[in-house]
Design a protein around this ligand. Structure first.
Ligand code: GAL
Length: 693
């Protein structure tokens, strides 16, 4: 995507169609002032581009594309397929998606279509083909922006059409009903199927539903979403093979498996909306940036963020001065080659008129616009960072199937403590509604990240052999081949960490008998007999056996405890309370040249940090001694490294730099020894090579 050699993309979703043409020239003037070099156009413009079935109207888009090209502002061109026109819906009302409760949505918002609707897909292909043919040679076009946030509102559809498509999907997956009945365990509650068309889409029922069927439905919908994306990509590969494609993700949505996109996505992009009220917002964003970077293992794009407040929380606080800048650099520090926003100019009408924008209602004299201008012009000074990478020795594994069996992304109130709501809406059996898959990943990520180690977050089926430390929190499902890969990894010197409620089920959500974590028992050297979820506010004690080794004598733990028996492993700590007091809580198993740890509970943050430090000592990963509010990361390429220091705190801090000379890219100054960072301050230091001195 690096058309202008090296460049950090800076811009926004731009909706010129919401404004009279007289405003467009002013937009260009302000964009130039702010250093905008790319805008996303036509994200929701299908109705304007195609006012009826026979007519395409690209006139207004040609005009604005030409205007932007004339001012050297590149275009990331949307395909507009996230909101179909009313004439299409009116003609084919069955394209509207059906919710889990069986009710069809009404038109009137965006993303109302069913992802499997043949008429929607047919119309989409015609539009996308027309767009590709029309703009293939346009000099402003640098990237296709396919759809917008797949599954934001309409991921899961339960309409009759999806039901039939699901039956077909099942036929090709299981081939015979005997296999399906066996895999789903339909002997339970007399669910046995005798014909394929007896299988309904798993709409909300009287109570708990078949967990394997639900999981298969999520897999089917996930593949359907990817299939929908592929419809558009195929057209671009045929007509505009020279233009890369992206689609903007939402980071932590488990409505589809992001890894499916690995094969036919050129640039990963995502929309980052941390909540300024969240004291851990910095960690929230860091992990999602890492996840996006790790998907293709290369720089990604921050496609949207808010210049200040959003408009979808009950109370939408603004970002105080400096925070937008800091979080923009945080994205770059984690591998983004862009800082893009939703949106360019604040709307006057429509659902998002109180959402912040680069040009707020107050106009160019506003605080927000002046911060935008400062940032856009600063980014010109760090162009050389574009394309550089991040080297990580640690990976956290993320498994969509485990996520889907632990949480339900679709049922309303699915994790409510009210049992009736839970069973009616969710149906996915799990020992505690308090356990959330992504929270567990975040808990581990935070420990390593707080020590400023680079951490990748990769799909569990990716090759992890290049890492030194691999952590698989809450890996509820263990699929064929995974345990072998772990054994090879640990056997050749790697460190593997597994946690409670892992390895309980196989790929059909069938429980492994004779002890968890199932196929991981061998490498972990333990077997789990029981699990005991913990009530909110309650917990247990972790009593360390290890002498000091950097640990305190005792820590707190919560959420869930297990009754563990060791077969081969050493016991590092035991539980302090309850009927399993004295039973193992943390174990370590030497296996070949490496080690596998098992953590039979959710330890507190203090333990997590001490544990991470111990692993770092073992693997000779050095930890920088810098103030806690400072985030540090390194991007590098061909021996040239760039060190990011980001102060998330409210006080000035002093950082001792490793020996060597540096150039501060933002100030142009040379620095050595000590770095001072004001509150919310940012420094990006290029280490000078010895021959530069
Ligand atoms: C995103 C969406 C944008 C806009 C934004 C507001 O999720 O892609 O179109 O709605 O949220 O925060």
């Amino acid at each position: 995507m690096q058309s202008n050699n090296q460049i950090i993309r800076f811009g926004a979703d731009y909706f010129p169609e919401q404004w009279p043409e007289s405003v467009w020239e002013d937009d260009i003037r302000l964009m130039k002032q702010a250093g905008v070099n790319m805008v996303s156009l036509a994200i929701f413009s299908w109705a304007l581009l195609q006012p009826d079935e026979q007519t395409f109207n690209f006139g207004w888009l040609d005009q604005i594309m030409d205007l932007l090209a004339g001012h050297e502002i590149d275009v990331c061109l949307g395909t507009s397929t996230a909101a179909q026109p009313n004439w299409l819906t009116r003609k084919h009302p069955d394209l509207l998606f059906v919710r889990e409760n069986g009710l069809q949505v009404a038109p009137g918002s965006r993303q109302t279509f069913c992802v499997n609707s043949p008429v929607y897909r047919d119309a989409l292909r015609k539009l996308v083909r027309a767009l590709a043919e029309h703009y293939a040679g346009h000099s402003a076009l640098k990237l296709w922006h396919i759809n917008n946030e797949y599954a934001n509102k309409n991921g899961m559809c339960f309409c009759r059409n999806c039901e039939t498509a699901f039956q077909e999907w099942l036929r090709s997956r299981y081939e015979t009903l005997d296999r399906l009945n066996d895999a789903w365990g339909t002997v339970f509650w007399g669910e046995k199927y005798f014909k394929w068309d007896e299988i309904n889409a798993p709409r909300a029922s009287s109570g708990a539903r078949n967990g394997t069927k639900l999981l298969d439905y999520k897999r089917f919908i996930s593949e359907s979403i990817h299939g929908l994306y592929t419809e558009e990509v195929n057209i671009f590969r045929e007509l505009t093979p020279h233009i890369p494609v992206t689609t903007n993700f939402e980071g932590d949505w488990n409505k589809f498996d992001h890894a499916l996109f690995r094969e036919n996505l050129d640039v990963v992009s995502w929309n980052s909306y941390p909540n300024p009220l969240d004291p851990k917002a910095r960690y929230w964003a860091a992990m999602r940036h890492a996840m996006m970077r790790s998907l293709l293992g290369k720089p990604f794009m921050l496609m949207e963020q808010a210049p200040s407040q959003v408009d979808w929380y009950p109370v939408n606080v603004s970002k105080p001065p400096g925070l937008m800048r800091l979080w923009s650099y945080q994205a770059i520090a984690h591998g983004s080659d862009s800082v893009m926003f939703f949106q360019w100019r604040a709307s006057r009408k429509g659902a998002e008129k109180y959402h912040s924008a680069m040009v707020p209602h107050y106009g160019e004299k506003s605080r927000i616009f002046s911060e935008i201008v400062q940032l856009g012009n600063e980014l010109k000074k760090i162009r050389e960072i574009a394309g550089t990478g991040i080297k990580s020795r640690i990976a956290i594994l993320m498994d969509n199937d485990s996520w889907w069996t632990v949480d339900n992304p679709y049922g309303s109130g699915s994790k409510s403590l009210d049992n009736e709501t839970f069973w009616a809406a969710n149906g996915q059996p799990f020992p505690s509604v308090l356990i959330r898959y992504f929270d567990e990943l975040q808990h581990y990520f935070n420990a390593f990240h707080s020590l400023n180690a680079a951490v990748d977050v990769i799909p569990a089926h990716y090759d992890f052999s290049k890492y030194d430390i691999v952590i698989a929190p809450l890996l509820h499902m263990v699929k064929p081949g995974f345990a072998d890969a772990v054994e090879t990894f640990v056997g050749s010197g790697g460190t593997f960490v597994a946690t409670y409620l892992s390895g309980l089920v196989d790929e059909y959500v069938g429980v492994f008998p004779e002890g968890y974590p199932g196929p991981l028992k061998k490498v972990c050297g333990i077997a789990v007999e029981e699990f005991d979820p913990i009530q909110p506010g309650s917990g247990n004690r972790i009593i360390m056996n290890t002498g000091s080794n950097g640990f305190q004598k005792e820590y707190h733990c919560s959420v869930c405890c297990e009754v563990v028996h060791v077969t081969e492993a050493n016991i590092l700590a035991c539980f302090g309370n309850h009927y399993y007091a004295g039973y193992p809580c943390i174990t370590e198993n030497r296996y070949g040249k490496g080690k596998a740890y098992y953590i039979a509970t959710r330890p507190d943050e203090v333990f997590m940090r001490d544990f991470a430090k111990m692993l770092f000592r073992e693997m000779c990963i050095s930890v920088r001694d810098i103030p806690e509010t400072v985030e540090h990361s390194i991007r590098s390429h061909n021996g040239q490294s760039y060190e990011f220091y980001l102060n998330h705190g409210c006080d000035e801090v002093t950082i001792r730099l490793p020996s060597g000379q540096y150039t501060d890219l933002l100030t142009g100054e040379l620095c050595e020894g000590i770095l001072k960072l004001e509150q919310l301050g940012v420094s990006i230091l290029r280490r000078m090579k010895s021959n530069e001195k």
